[in-house]
Design a protein around this ligand. Structure first.
Ligand code: PEP
Length: 251
């Protein structure tokens, strides 16, 4: 049984004070929900204060990025151990905005995943997804397969079930244009088949594959009814307590 994850990717939004205000309200409403795994991913400088507020609740903390070295002359970067020391249990890796604006590649995604798993205790949420022109060229499956295979290259089957995949069609992110449940399920099923080819069916059946791309309270139920959709990585609709709570409490 795969426990659904509802993860909020706040991107570059909310000061530490605003983030604390958000999670203070959130924990009153869903702080004891256990049937769904709830994750919030604030900006780096809000991690420690948010971690203090959610301590002892079922809300978990994630970061939006990580670097693969332990420490040293890497201005602007943050390591796995630093994230863990800030209370993080999850980290988003390879978000399409990082691929697009910060030139992340499957190779750097792979290094980040390996480092997160090696140190243990930090679950990567690995983002994959095709751009609009790739969908229109009918190369969605090829693109996603390459991202999954190269991103996860060299991982031991034992490590595979410690990570989460997020299928985020780039054309649906922040655009209000959601993939239909059929479109999303088709790719999720394909991703699970690809994972099965890498790590075997038992492991791939345990792995959670989230959908991301304009998920909101109005469309989550249809998406979550699909066999291979195990939760959501949510941007815009995770920024307001009310809509995030509705997403967590979807039926
Ligand atoms: C995201 O950035 O991961 C995302 C899915 O954003 P949105 O929900 O706003 O489309």
């Amino acid at each position: 049984m795969r426990k659904p994850i509802i993860a909020g990717n706040w991107k570059m939004n909310k000061t530490p004070a605003e983030a604390v205000e958000f999670v203070s309200a959130l924990k009153e409403k869903v702080g004891s929900v256990t049937e769904r795994e709830i994750v919030v991913c604030p900006v780096f400088n809000a991690l420690v204060p948010v971690s203090g507020v959610i301590k002892g609740t079922s809300i978990k903390l994630g970061a939006q990025n990580v670097y693969w070295e332990d420490s040293g002359a890497f201005t602007g970067e943050v390591s796995v151990s630093m994230l863990k020391a800030s209370g993080c249990e999850f980290v988003i890796i390879g978000h399409s905005e990082r691929r697009l604006y910060f030139h992340e590649t499957d190779r750097t995604v792979n290094k980040k995943i390996k480092k997160s798993l090696e140190a243990g205790g930090l679950t990567p949420i690995v983002c994959v997804g095709e751009r609009l022109e790739e969908r229109e060229n009918n190369t969605t499956f090829k693109v996603v397969e390459t991202q999954v295979k190269e991103g996860l290259s060299g991982l031991k089957p034992d490590d595979m079930n410690k990570l989460v995949i997020a299928y985020e069609p780039v054309w649906a992110i922040g655009t209000g244009r959601t993939a239909t449940p059929e479109q999303a399920e088709e790719v999720h099923a394909f991703i699970r088949k690809t994972l099965s080819g890498i790590a075997g069916e038992d492991v791939s059946n345990e792995m959670r594959i989230l959908y991301g791309g304009s998920m909101k309270p109005e469309n989550i139920s249809g998406l979550m009814k699909c066999e291979n959709i195990d939760g959501g990585l949510v941007g815009g609709a995770a920024l307001k307590v009310d809509s995030f709570v509705k997403l967590i409490n979807y039926e």
